[in-house]
Write a new protein. Structure first.
Length: 166
């Protein structure tokens, strides 16, 4: 994580105000919005928000940050080696789990979506803060996951973030 990205140097505008507000609220009251899905195109500020949350939490909570590619690779290897419980358990050791660009492991793979949902569900059930970034609107592109979390976890939130208009 890059500790130079903070809330103090995040430029708030109408395209990112809600995402910024939710992110700062989470740092003041863990689990207030859980899970937190933030989606938007490349270079919209998603990574900056993740880094800012981590910077704010760095001394208060144990944080695990993983890219979607790393998450997917570890998930596949864990399944192949029959150590999925160990894979899931490693995430339970953290207060906050951030999965950046989760689309890298979910596109068109219903079985993978179900495994990811099971892992995230376990984290949420054990009062772990889950923050996920995605490039597309999950309501449209991940309907299975979206419906599950919206129906089960009423305090979760999905926000869109976009780069300021030029």
């Amino acid at each position: 994580m890059n500790l130079k990205y903070t809330f103090g140097n995040f430029i708030v505008n109408s395209q990112n105000e809600l995402s910024h507000s939710v992110a700062t609220a989470i740092t003041k009251n863990l689990l207030q919005y859980n899970p937190f899905f933030v989606y938007g195109k490349w270079r919209s500020g998603k990574i900056h928000l993740l880094h800012a949350i981590r910077t704010a939490f760095q001394e208060k909570h144990k944080i695990f940050y993983v890219t979607g590619e790393e998450f997917y690779s570890d998930l596949v290897n864990s399944c192949r080696e029959r150590r999925l419980p160990d894979f899931i358990k490693q995430y339970q050791n953290y207060d906050v789990v951030m999965i950046d660009n989760i689309e890298a492991c979910l596109e068109e793979k219903t079985d993978t979506q179900k495994a990811v949902m099971e892992i995230i569900d376990g984290l949420l059930t054990n009062n772990k803060q889950v923050i996920v970034t995605y490039e597309l609107n999950p309501a449209d592109s991940l309907p299975l996951m979206y419906q599950y979390f919206i129906s089960k976890y009423g305090n979760g939130i999905i926000t869109e973030i976009s780069a300021p208009a030029s």
